[in-house]
Design a protein around this ligand. Sequence first.
Ligand SMILES: Cc1ncc(COP(=O)(O)O)c(C=O)c1O
Length: 377
Amino acid sequence: MITSRRLFLRSAGAGAVAGMAARPLTDFSSAATFKQDDGLVRLDNNENAYGPSKKVLDAIHSSVGCVNRYPLMEPNSLTERIADLHGRKPEQILLGCGSTDILRMAAFAFLGKGKQLIQASPTFEAIEDYARSASSEVISVGLTLTFSHDLDGMQARAGSLTTLVYICNPNNPTASLTPRKDLEDFIAKLPASTFVVIDEAYHHYAGQSGMYASFIDHPLDNERVIVTRTFSEVYGLAGMRLGYAMASPNTVQKMRQFASQDNINTVVIQAALAALEDTESVNDSIRRNMDDRQEFFNQAMARALKPIDSHANFVMMNTFHPAEEVIQHFHENKILIGRSFSPMRTYIRISLGRPEEMQRFWQAWDMLPYPKHTMHH
Ligand SMILES: Cc1ncc(COP(=O)(O)O)c(C=O)c1O
């Protein structure tokens, strides 16, 4: 039975009072494990379909005994661990309740009425939403024909009111890269008052090439560059909400003013510390994603489809048909795929799932009621 949270709490409270003398205290340690068993295949949110590693799950279980306490010192140990990992000072690291929280802090620290955000279109929308709630203007510049950021176009729109630029690399939803060298040239030419967020949520899947190098691993000596990472993807902790930024101490200080207090929970801190130690599982996770991605492209090729080259844990492809209808078809087959992304209204975004889930995807694809030849390049 579905009941509102308020009603549930009220009735639970009444029962507790009535039964107080007679019943022993509830044993919370035997609480049933929550599981999603609605039969839906979730290929819609770029999550890690395999979940966290065994070591991380163990850390989560053993930290549960501390959830009655506020996290006081623990966030500092995680900050120090992340700083150490990247060879930086703790003052250069800012934790957030998901990297979305970091994007919020950046928007509120650097935007406001009369100021402008420049971003690509399409890209991850969170910062645009926060920019608008900070009463800023948002300038969206379409991607190039190779689906990288149109840096010349963005440059041309940047002026004295542009206080923030958002670069998502690899980009969500296209899973495409913007070349490192081009980004460096672009950043060097920006007005002196412009900060740049480089969102590396999908860093682990991008691989090393002349095209891509992380701005955390290979930083620029520039006070205005903010790099964000998340624990939601390769570490499989999307439901636990943790992300971080790396920037100069001054820039971190400006954003920290907009952090909510005690925003990092006790359990996720232990999970993250374990995840950062467990490099073997991270490497396995990256390899498995490469295999799953290759299999997706094999299946696509067998159907003469040509998805956009993917550097992430999701793939975008043109269906040459209104995306909303394709999405609806998958939904009717109990498969959730990404939403429709303006202006790429005939493209769909598919997050990579487990092999059996991807089989379901391709079965449903083959049942699409549209003439297949219209979908080919
Ligand atoms: C590019 C990008 N940045 C940030 C996020 C949000 O990450 P988090 O779960 O850390 O808030 C996502 C999630 O889909 C994303 O695609």
